[in-house]
Design a protein around this ligand. Structure first.
Ligand code: HEC
Ligand code: HEC
Ligand code: HEC
Ligand code: HEC
Ligand code: HEC
Ligand code: HEC
Ligand code: HEC
Length: 409
């Protein structure tokens, strides 16, 4: 091969690579953004990579993940991320000492509180961060200078209206948003205080939504390691969750689904990473009373753990029924099929129960019934009855008229 042919080949290869690069780039831009910000470093010293960097190798998981309530549970407030009747000024909320309204000036959204008597605006706060995907509702956080606080109003999906935030007394109460509030709704955020006790944050450190690396840990090293050599068989930092003991596997979900876990024993709420023991980090005030907390900020873990299914099986875990990468709300058949994997002949189980044996398909309707939420409810003006969100209990058992029967055997 002479030198000219060599240069020719090199040139053709180069043009090819450049073309491919542009093609890929153009193709991806339509659907995805690139990781457009500097990613923070976790307290364990590892750097986050951002979920967009997972796309080349885990595209299918990424695609379903971005539509989950997890991924969408917090975001910078914007037209795309805010639900609710912002364009309709009649949706105001009367407080004892004022009237709260939501308004927007172009792309910027505000909550105003004005005096009932003079109409004078007493407070105008920008909606900076939205919390909640909107399955049940959304709350709003604002930076007052550098201090993060929760706003008076929330959005209640069931009535498509704004309400006084649950647990919020009237104006002017400011709920400081310490780590204790956002620890379950963002992937990462650095508080001004290591323990997470202030409401001052490093704003650039926020990774909104519950993203891959909240459950898998910061993975820049994994991305770097795998990029260019996917077949390499050496040690990879990524943890294979299916090799973990059940409790450690559960602990990934338990961080956020076992009540508020407001007692921080060690480090801070963002220190825990998958593979560690959660009980070393945090616990609940009323530990041992999971049923007391059946609510929007409920304790699915405590309830499940009290169920005979869990106690009598060594494998049942959250991911037996839930695919962590997909929204599955409403997929009743999927959930019922999980029951049958262990309870293989439902008809025999109900023999002599007096139930119509041809009507047993919907296991969860009887054994994981819905109960009204204690906090996510609202009194409608022209209707004395309270409207509540329904919550699915994770205390699997035998219920008659909503009352748990003494357990079988
Ligand atoms: C350049 C390709 C590449 C990129 C980018 C990449 N991964 Fe991976 N990942 C792999 C390969 C290859 C494996 C090993 C698969 C196996 O063992 O079957 C893997 C394994 C994993 C596993 C463990 C799977 C198991 O066996 O339990 C997780 C979790 C994971 N990746 C998450 C991520 C996340 C999150 C990101 C983005 C932050 C990411 N990966 C980015 C290639 C990649
Ligand atoms: C211990 C973790 C945890 C803490 C702390 C927490 N949340 Fe939540 N939050 C959750 C979980 C889990 C859900 C979903 C529960 C469910 O569907 O049963 C949720 C649901 C919500 C929802 C409804 C979202 C929707 O669309 O369904 C809103 C709004 C919300 N939280 C706001 C807040 C605010 C505001 C704070 C701070 C005052 C807060 N949360 C503190 C874990 C937490
Ligand atoms: C809510 C927590 C959570 C989030 C968010 C999450 N994962 Fe996972 N992921 C898990 C759990 C738990 C498992 C183990 C599943 C099991 O035990 O069946 C897993 C398994 C995996 C696996 C290996 C098994 C498989 O299905 O291929 C890969 C790869 C993976 N996740 C990548 C990702 C990527 C990429 C993202 C973001 C786009 C992501 N995960 C987001 C919890 C999560
Ligand atoms: C960092 C906190 C966090 C972790 C970790 C977490 N979740 Fe969640 N989860 C939430 C919050 C917050 C919501 C409410 C999202 C919303 O609608 O705004 C939620 C919602 C859900 C829902 C309801 C989804 C729907 O369709 O409405 C399920 C199911 C769920 N989580 C299961 C899991 C499982 C299983 C795991 C472990 C693999 C897990 N979660 C890990 C915080 C967490
Ligand atoms: C991983 C296996 C497993 C899965 C999945 C499972 N169970 Fe169970 N369940 C058990 C075991 C083991 C028991 C203990 C009694 C027995 O051996 O039948 C049990 C007990 C029960 C009981 C008796 C409760 C009591 O208080 O006596 C009911 C009712 C029940 N399961 C319903 C369900 C329903 C409904 C589902 C699906 C939502 C389900 N189970 C999923 C394993 C499982
Ligand atoms: C035996 C099956 C099963 C197991 C195990 C299980 N869940 Fe569920 N979960 C369900 C069903 C069924 C629903 C209702 C889904 C729907 O509304 O369509 C549900 C709903 C949820 C919701 C939404 C609650 C609501 O009412 O809005 C959350 C959050 C959740 N699960 C978290 C968890 C966590 C965390 C674990 C582990 C501690 C877990 N689940 C284990 C079956 C299960
Ligand atoms: C219409 C409500 C209803 C439906 C639907 C239903 N069950 Fe039951 N189930 C009951 C009642 C009530 C009992 C208690 C029966 C008794 O005491 O004889 C029971 C008992 C059980 C038991 C305990 C049996 C024992 O003796 O320990 C299991 C396990 C069970 N059901 C699983 C299932 C599964 C799996 C499905 C779905 C295929 C299902 N059930 C559907 C109402 C229902």
């Amino acid at each position: 091969m002479n030198i000219k042919t060599k240069i020719g080949y090199v040139l053709i290869a180069l043009v090819g690579v450049i073309l491919l690069f542009f093609l890929m780039d153009a193709g991806e831009k339509e659907v995805y953004q690139t990781v457009d910000k500097e990613m923070p470093t976790h307290y364990n010293g590892e750097q986050f990579a951002g979920s967009q960097s997972c796309i080349p190798c885990h595209q299918n998981i990424y695609k379903t993940h971005i539509n989950t309530p997890h991924f969408n549970t917090s975001a910078i407030a914007s037209e795309e991320t805010l639900k609710g009747p912002f364009d309709n000024p009649s949706h105001e909320v009367e407080l004892i000492d004022g009237v709260a309204r939501m308004i927007h000036e172009g792309d910027t959204y505000y909550q105003t509180i004005s005096s009932k008597t003079t109409g004078e605006i007493m407070d105008k706060s920008r909606l900076d961060i939205v919390v909640g995907s909107g399955v049940k509702g959304q709350s709003y956080l604002t930076f007052k200078e550098d201090f993060l606080t929760q706003l008076q109003l929330s959005y209640f999906t069931l009535t498509d209206d704004f309400i006084n935030s649950p647990g919020y007394p009237n104006y002017k109460f400011n709920r400081s948003v310490t780590d204790n509030c956002i620890k379950c709704h963002v992937t990462f955020a650095k508080n001004g205080d290591f323990k997470g006790n202030t409401n001052i944050y490093e704003r650039e450190s926020f990774i909104y939504g519950i993203d891959c690396e909240r459950c898998h840990g910061p993975l820049k090293k994994h991305v770097d390691y795998r990029t260019g050599n996917p077949q390499q068989l050496d040690e990879d930092v990524v943890i294979k969750i299916d090799t973990l003991a059940r409790q450690l596997k559960m602990d990934i979900c338990v961080q956020c689904h076992s009540g508020l876990r407001a007692i921080q024993i060690k480090d801070n709420p963002f220190s825990f990473v998958t593979g560690e023991r959660l009980d070393d980090y945090a616990k609940n005030y009323n530990f041992g009373r999971p049923e007391a907390q059946l609510d929007v900020h409920g304790n699915q873990y405590g309830l499940l753990k009290s169920s005979e299914c869990y106690k009598n099986s060594s494998t049942l875990s959250c991911t037996t029924c839930h695919d962590p990468h997909q929204g599955q709300r409403g997929q009743t058949e999927h959930f019922n099929s999980k029951c049958i994997e262990c309870h293989m002949s439902p008809k025999d189980l109900h023999d002599g129960s007096g139930l119509n044996l041809s009507d047993l398909n919907n296991c969860i309707s009887c054994h994981m019934p819905l109960f009204p939420s204690q906090t996510m409810k609202v009194q409608l003006e022209d209707n004395a009855k309270e409207t509540s969100v329904n919550i699915r209990t994770h205390l699997i058992g035998i219920y008659v008229d909503g009352i748990l029967q003494k357990q079988a055997n």
